[in-house]
Write a protein that binds this ligand. Sequence first.
Ligand code: MN
Length: 263
Amino acid sequence: MRILLTNDDGISAPGLRALVEEFRTGHEVLVVAPDTQRSAVSHACTFLSPIRLAPYAGGFPGIEEYSINGTPVDCVFLALFHLWKDNPPDIILSGVNSGANMGYDVMYSGTVAAAMEGSIHGHKAVAVSLNNRHPVHFAAAARLAHRLADKIVANPEALPAPPQTLYNLNVPDLPLQDIKGVKFTHQGLTIYNQYVVKRRDPWERDYYWLSGDQPGGHLDEGSDFAALDSGYASLTPIQVDCTNYQTLQRWRSTLSADLLDDF
Ligand code: MN
């Protein structure tokens, strides 16, 4: 396989290192990742300042790795439209993120956004995230990501997804043999407990931290949260198109044309 690896936790993060370790033999691997922690930047991209590309010295010999002073989406952009412009990847893997990307967190996630950038441009893409605030079993998640990538690339009919749809894999923080399996899920409903921490700097000016407790999720049947809660990994198809088709249909079928005439 020809594989593009990226993440949002930074090039030296243990989750990305686990993916490089997992894929480094028998595959063509390109790593492009942010030089620092870039979690929760979602689909941000850098158009108003220059991007620097630096070879990464901390990796394995023979693997092409770069860090950039940009976002996860910038990484995919540079790979697809510069580094591997003439020979695109078979698949893009983003992760392994330190922390799950389920429910509404999908909207904030740089990990998911990097995969989505691949989807937008018609590539097969997987976001892989490991549950827990300080997870440890990155190698297990990387192994599951490898099995998933094999299925997606080797036999596109086995687990098909239309263009503009990415595979969002969330893995419980357990040794591989203790993960019960994988469930197909829908994006669940996150329960946030957010708050702002107000502090004062040495010049007696106020500053703020946007913060929150570790979010929970509704355990409704078939959701990503329910799968992880019962010891399974969760695989959700996530689409770029955010249109609420049910509502659109209802508007078109039940609202009178006068409403639009009034605009
Ligand atoms: Mn992250």
